[in-house]
Design a protein around this ligand. Structure first.
Ligand SMILES: Nc1ncnc2c1ncn2[C@@H]1O[C@H](COP(=O)(O)OP(=O)(O)O)[C@@H](O)[C@H]1O
Ligand SMILES: [Mg+2]
Length: 256
């Protein structure tokens, strides 16, 4: 009798399990929805680009046959600096090291979503962790590029204090953000929030507040046959590793 009592789960335990179960369902649903949306968009843009009479140099459809990851990173660093200047009236510097001269064929579309999201997170953490410092005193964000015959890896290292232990498991959940309260769009419906946050363009998205940056970037990276991992050193900073396979490499990458 006592044993049966012991085996019965308490209401809190059941609630906890139900919460995690529904979180998993939401994650699987959104991962699939967002990646299939990315796939359809890539197919449509590829088709349109192939039919376009104006040929863009070094491009076959949406494939940039001579993509320089460094140029793409510089473009998005400058974008994030402009956002920071607007929001915080100061901006961090970015330093790019490693295989900076790497050139290979790739599709920039998913990177045009992932890179600004990761750079915005690093910039926000760095600025908010160094209150009162002027531009020169803000520790630079280090971006390391690695390229090999199978894949390429982009590591973004910031000195933004890291992700607190208690939030470590939550940052990859959709709609989790530590910035909700200050965001003017915080009470928008969830679906609207999701669509706004994944719609691309240079004028897109606020600095933070939707909680879609990390989970969507990871879903995109995994869809492309790669991975996104976040390594936090609490009290110091965060390293984010984006790993993607070459589209002309030996590894199987992705199918739309
Ligand atoms: N580099 C980082 N350093 C510290 N915290 C981070 C970093 N990247 C993400 N986070 C934390 O993870 C949360 C979720 O990030 P994200 O999914 O990009 O959503 P958002 O930026 O909209 O809050 C952020 O609110 C922040 O608390
Ligand atoms: Mg973000």
């Amino acid at each position: 009798m006592e044993r049966r009592e012991e085996n019965r789960k308490s209401d809190e335990e059941l609630l906890f399990m139900a919460y995690h179960h529904s979180q998993d369902l939401v994650r699987v649903f959104l991962d699939r929805t967002l990646t299939s949306r990315l796939g359809i968009r890539m197919l449509a843009m590829h088709h349109l680009a192939l039919r376009d009479e104006k040929r863009v140099q070094d491009h076959i459809g949406i494939i940039n046959t001579a993509m320089r990851p460094q140029s793409l990173i510089v473009k998005w660093c400058e974008f994030v600096q402009r956002m920071c200047q607007h929001k915080y009236t100061k901006k961090p510097t970015f330093k790019i090291v490693g295989n900076v001269n790497a050139v290979f064929p790739y599709i920039p579309i998913p990177l045009d979503y992932i890179l600004p999201e990761l750079l915005k997170n690093a910039a926000r953490a760095t600025i908010e962790n160094n209150p009162g410092s002027c531009d020169e005193d803000i520790p630079p964000i280090l971006i390391t590029l690695a390229n090999n015959n199978l894949d390429f890896i982009i590591r973004i290292s910031d000195l933004g204090g890291g992700i607190p232990h208690e939030l470590q498991d939550k940052v990859m959940m959709y709609n989790f953000s530590t910035a909700h309260d200050e965001d003017p769009d915080a009470d928008k419906p969830l679906f609207q929030t999701m669509m706004d946050s994944v719609n691309p363009g240079m004028t897109r998205g606020p600095m933070h507040g939707f909680g879609f940056g990390l989970p969507t970037s990871r879903a995109y990276a995994e869809y492309l046959g790669g991975s996104l991992s976040v390594v936090s050193m609490q009290g110091h900073g965060t390293d984010v590793y984006l790993r993607l396979g070459h589209i002309n490499g030996k590894l199987a990458t992705f199918r739309i």
